[in-house]
Design a protein. Structure first.
Lengths: 158, 358
């Protein structure tokens, strides 16, 4: 009885090992099925997941207009002080004073990409883009001003 | 026909004609040393690259592909980097032993090269106790590893070295028994005799069942003896950082790394010599014309082909099997491999006496 168990142990062990080797041998002989991304060779055709969060940007339309009202909801929502909004007052044609942003300062080096600013924004002025090539030689290059120079708020956004 | 045999013979004749025998011998020694070191360097580069490529293919990756076409200069670049790095010796280490250990490991690997027949009549030292010499020298490598582990003054290193000691001491037994089966069949310990005995077929085919069992046992045991995965407990990355060579850096680390691959080459060369006929071409019994065709392939290519096939098998093991626990390791040896190899030796003795092999 002992001998029978012993032999079946050996046979089971060897056969399960061979099964594993067959699997890896299959992979070895089928080199066409490479599953890794050949970055940076495939940079042009690189597909990232939709929910990949790489950086906060402020979309501008063709008239260089954004939808940020300068309400600072994102600045308040940010857990680590990544966003700093400097506001100014624009004088509208009717002579009314209107609050607008002067500079939307975004510090990428402090950002944890938690997405809280995006959800806090009432006017969808900022969004996350799947851009991950952030390496620079100087830290100060990571402090970005998101609103483009000369841009203004879109009509009808309060 | 230009063969390694004729090259060595012309060289020797020329040296003997020019110098007196003692100086000729000294010059031959120097040539052999230079050739050995060159072989080591080339093997180190080739085998590391081969391993990385095989690993990549098995894991459905591409592997190194940046330096040179297909990444063939990757290991040369790595070696250059290791040469330029600082070989740090820890403050509280035993400096003498710490610096000696990599050289002991390398020296053992070099000594093992002596009786290996690389091609027809191309052998450094055809000693009449070749197999015994190999099994005795290969057990010395544990001294270098223990030395490295102890002198590092690091608990991981010491644990790795101790595991390696337990492992090598126990697996040597079944490797020795596997080798003995061939010695029983051949009736000689000399490597050239063992190769010559396989002229009408390799032992793996001639010796059928017991030799196949012995071959499997040999492959398992030498995988353990060279501290390769799945028996790499001595340097288990996830448990002991790097085991006995945790504290080594730069070229001293490179020597350990090189010695590992050289050892793989040597055990595979011995396995190829014993079971697959060494440099002997594939001969099948009395098929004269087939044997003649096979003879046209140079013997060195036969030897290297068989050796690299076995190296590939061992790499295949490494990238397939998970690492054993230390108790499983010792169970496998003392409860399975050793009884099976003892029984197998008995079987092969009966077969050799009764003449039941081909």
């Amino acid at each position: 009885m002992f001998l029978k168990d012993y032999i079946s142990d050996v046979v089971n062990g060897v056969s399960s090992l061979l099964k594993g080797m067959r699997k890896t041998g299959y992979y070895f002989t089928h080199s066409k099925e490479i599953i890794t991304e050949q970055y940076p060779d495939n940079r042009a055709t690189l597909k990232l997941a939709d929910r990949f969060k790489g950086e906060v940007v402020m979309p501008h339309d063709e008239n260089n207009e954004h939808t940020c009202t300068g309400c600072t909801a994102c600045e308040l929502a940010c857990p680590n002080g990544t966003i700093k909004i400097i506001t100014k007052f624009d004088i509208s044609p009717e002579g009314k004073k209107k609050k607008a942003i002067d500079a939307f300062i975004y510090r990428l080096e402090m950002c944890t990409l938690c997405n809280l600013c995006i959800t806090a924004c009432p006017s969808d002025a900022i969004k996350m883009v799947p851009n991950f090539e952030h390496s620079v030689f100087d830290r100060s290059k990571l402090t970005k001003i998101l609103n483009k120079p000369g841009s203004k708020i879109k009509e009808g956004i309060e | 026909m230009l063969s390694l045999e004729s090259i060595t013979k012309t060289t020797q004749d020329w040296l003997l004609a020019k110098f007196d025998p003692t100086i000729a011998l000294a010059i031959e020694c120097v040539i052999v040393i230079v050739l050995c070191i060159t072989l080591f360097a080339i093997l180190g580069l080739v085998l590391v690259l081969l391993e990385r490529k095989v690993a990549a293919r098995i894991q459905i990756r591409l592997g190194p592909n940046r330096v040179g076409p297909g990444g063939i200069f990757q290991t040369a670049a790595d070696t250059l980097k290791l040469i330029m790095k600082e070989g740090l010796t820890p403050d509280s280490a035993d400096k003498f032993l710490f610096n000696l250990a990599p050289f002991v490991v390398m020296m053992v690997a070099m000594l093992l090269l002596a009786p290996i027949a690389f091609a027809r009549n191309f052998q450094i030292w055809d000693i009449n106790i070749g197999v015994l010499y190999i099994s005795s020298i290969s057990s010395l490598s544990v001294i270098g590893i223990l030395m490295a582990g102890w002198a590092s003054n690091n608990k991981y290193s010491l644990l790795g070295a101790m595991r390696s000691g337990a492992q090598i001491v126990s697996y040597e037994l079944s490797a020795g028994f596997a080798v003995l089966t061939i010695v029983v069949l051949t009736g000689s310990l000399q490597i050239s005799d063992i190769v010559a005995a396989q002229e009408n077929g390799w032992w793996l085919f001639k010796g059928h069942i017991p030799v196949i069992i012995a071959f499997v046992l040999y492959i398992i045991a030498v995988t353990a003896e060279t501290n390769r995965a799945p028996f790499d407990l001595a340097e288990a990355e996830s448990e002991l950082t790097a085991g006995f060579h945790t504290e080594y850096s730069g070229m001293k680390f490179a020597l350990f790394f090189l010695a590992e691959y050289i050892n793989i080459f040597i055990v595979c060369a011995i396995g190829a010599t014993l079971f697959l006929g060494g440099w002997m071409p594939l001969h099948i019994g009395h098929w004269e014309s087939f044997n003649h065709i096979m003879d046209y392939i140079p013997s060195s290519i036969w030897f290297m082909g068989k050796t690299f096939f076995l190296i590939f098998v061992i790499m295949w093991f490494r990238w397939t099997f998970p690492r054993l626990r230390v108790d499983q390791l010792l169970n496998l040896e003392w409860k399975y491999l050793l009884p099976i190899s003892l029984f197998n030796l008995l079987l092969v003795t009966v077969i050799a006496i009764m003449g039941w092999h081909f």
